[in-house]
Design a protein around this ligand. Structure first.
Ligand code: BES
Ligand code: ZN
Length: 620
């Protein structure tokens, strides 16, 4: 039995024996009605359009104003049910005056069902409300947490079910709506959204937005701050704080070529402009595919464009995810696995086959590492997240196992046929949702049957429902990595770092080198590597993170200062999680982790504190 299944079995026992200690589980009556994470009732009354009118109050850390919803009602519909979490509702009214409403019992992650009575014929419902200072989607940054140090900053992160903490909405990927917004900000600041954006400041502090394509709630996004803009070409550009925008524009200069490559493969870009916003370093993700305006972490700015596959990834979501959307969070791999596959195809087009093979290999390594930690039930592409925070499904499985499944299909039917299939898929299901079962059906009828490929050959069931990797998993091969492996092996045999052949290595080669070093390393070996390659001082966040993991594992104290600095100055969860986890593995490390966390926590977004609180058992 593997460790993870022992852990899962223990957990089940614990739940069975101690019902008093488990978090409240929704009873069947209380189960969110749009399975499994929303209380809303779109079959009865469905939101078609959202109009926001919000003032951004930095001192109070609140959005205050109104959301007007245009509703499509089924015959006989009596009520509209929205999702709401930590919202203060002040008044609800329609054309005929005030409407009756009721806020149900809140369940932490899911919030509450917010029921509004609808007189027959209601078209529009206006909700006057304010958000709470602790709204989980929003992060209110002090000036000290920005690059400019002068102005505060507000950012949002709505995926997966955090939109309900800043907008009363049907917070499920099955409901799509258009929106417009009026956002009132302090007059020195600029607001931007996942919509048509201004590229100029205005003196009034009132910004207006329109989103003409229907989107699901998880793609609602807003940022407010001292934000400047640099165009890249006629339809793309970079937003960032003024002191960051030049280096950001240099780093992401390949965006126009990425767009062209993606369009050649998957059809026209359907969202008009594609801009990116580089956020302050507390942004909890590498990137977030907010339509027309990808949000990015500044840790991607390495100075040599070596981390831009994240941008290719977020751009690719303009097809997989934003056009064809996972129907539920159980089908999340349809968003992320497809996008990871597309990301690698775009990267191959721009930077060559061997570069893409490096990305595939690094991704595969992260997946195999994660399998050691996951319960087997979460290792299939299709997962069951009913009653759980959908964030628990956000592992390497939907990304890397998902993309490997598409690569396997490519290997079986040939690239040309898969490309034609995908192109048709994005056209046919644009602005619609997709389930795993429906995709498998399409795969069967459109690719497997016509090409005489049996399901057993593909091992569909093993990919979709079983733990681990099936025996037919594709094996990426990079020549550049073969060179690296020779050098890490030589180092393992005692060759000094100064005698290794490492000239002109790419970031990805350095990452592979660090992954493939012999284990364990002595502190003398760590010191030798550090003296020669200056890892502790690297400005490349990806390399630094892996190096710092080694430093924790092998007790390499000269890097501890850099470790603390890294954990305090940025809040990207992908970096925080392994570092805090490794520190927590020893009593002395745990103590150090807690001391650093006490200092850093206030600077992190709720998405990150939620994860790290769990790792350090913070507040228990
Ligand atoms: N959509 C995701 C981010 C996300 C996933 C937010 C689930 C909330 C819940 C985004 O496209 C993403 O995958 N970002 C990755 C980068 C990517 C290159 C793997 C990240 O931030 O690490
Ligand atoms: Zn993604």
């Amino acid at each position: 039995m593997r460790l993870s299944s022992i852990a899962a079995a223990t957990l089940l026992l614990t739940i069975a024996c101690q019902p008093m200690n488990t978090p409240p589980q929704p009873t069947p009556m209380q189960q969110p009605s749009v399975p499994p994470h929303s209380w809303s009732n779109p079959e009865e009354a469905r939101v078609e359009h959202l109009t926001l009118d919000l003032s951004v109050d930095f001192p109070a850390k609140q959005l205050v104003g109104a959301a007007t919803l245009r509703i499509a009602m089924a015959p006989g519909a009596r009520k509209l049910v929205l999702d709401a979490r930590d919202l203060t509702i002040e008044r609800v009214f329609g054309a005929s005056g005030d409407l009756q409403y009721r806020m149900g019992t809140a369940q932490s992650t899911f919030g509450a069902p917010f029921e509004i009575s609808l007189p027959a014929g209601t078209k529009n419902v206006t909700i006057q409300y304010r958000t709470s200072p602790g709204a989980a989607a929003l992060q209110w940054l002090e000036p000290a947490q920005t690059a400019g140090k002068r102005w505060p900053f507000l950012l949002s992160q709505s995926q997966s079910i955090l939109a309900r903490t800043w907008v009363p909405i049907q917070d499920t990927p099955t409901v799509r709506f258009t929106y417009d917004a009026t956002i009132r900000v302090p007059k020195d600041l600029v607001a931007i959204m996942s919509a048509e954006n201004p590229t100029e400041r205005n003196a009034t502090g009132v910004y207006r937005f329109r989103m003409l394509q229907a989107i699901p709630s998880y793609l609602l996004a807003i940022a407010v701050g001292d934000i400047a803009f640099r165009p890249l070409d006629a339809r793309s550009g970079v937003y960032a704080e003024p002191s960051v925008v030049e280096s950001a524009a240099r780093e992401f200069v390949d965006i126009p070529r990425m767009m062209t490559a993606a369009e050649q493969l998957y059809g026209p870009y359907r969202w008009g402009r594609y801009d990116v916003l580089v956020l302050p370093p507390s942004f909890p993700f590498g990137g977030m595919e907010n339509p027309r305006l990808t949000f990015l972490t500044p840790t991607l700015i390495a100075g040599d464009r070596s981390l831009v596959s994240v941008v290719a990834h977020e751009l690719a979501h303009s097809w997989s995810g934003n056009l064809v959307t996972n129907a539920t969070w159980n089908d999340f791999w349809l968003n992320e696995g497809f996008t990871t596959y597309l990301e690698r195809r775009i990267s191959e087009q721009l930077y060559g086959r061997d570069h893409a093979e490096m990305l595939w290999t690094l991704g595969g390594k992260e997946l195999r590492d994660e399998f050691d930690l996951l319960p087997p039930a979460d290792e299939g592409l299709k997962v069951d997240l009913a009653g759980r925070d959908p964030d628990e499904g956000s592992t390497q499985v939907p990304y890397e196992k998902g993309s490997l499944f598409l690569r396997l299909i490519e290997e079986k039917v040939g690239r040309e046929k898969l490309d034609a299939f995908l192109r048709r898929y994005f056209d046919e299901f644009a602005f619609k949702t997709m389930t795993t079962d429906k995709f498998i059906e399409l795969l069967r009828t459109r690719l497997l049957v016509p090409n005489n490929i049996s399901e057993a050959d593909l091992q569909i069931d093993a990919w979709v429902n079983k733990p681990g990797l099936p025996s037919n998993v594709p094996m990426p091969r990079s020549q550049a990595f073969a060179l690296v492996e020779a050098q890490s092996a030589a180092f393992g045999r005692g060759t000094a770092a100064s005698s290794l052949a490492t000239s002109n290595w790419s970031t990805q080669q350095w990452l592979h080198f660090l992954h493939s070093l012999p284990k364990p390393l002595t502190t003398a070996q760590m010191a030798d590597l550090d003296r020669q390659f200056r890892f502790t001082q690297t400005g490349n966040s990806e390399i630094l993170e892996v190096w710092l993991e080694h430093a924790i594992d092998y007790g390499y104290e000269p890097a501890y200062g850099a470790l603390e600095d890294f954990l305090v100055r940025q809040g990207r969860r992908k970096y925080l999680k392994p570092l805090y986890t490794k520190m927590a593995a020893t009593p002395a490390g745990l103590e150090r982790a807690k001391r650093i966390y006490a200092k850093a926590r206030a600077g992190y977004h709720s998405v990150s504190t939620q994860t790290i609180d769990g790792i350090l058992k913070w507040g228990n």
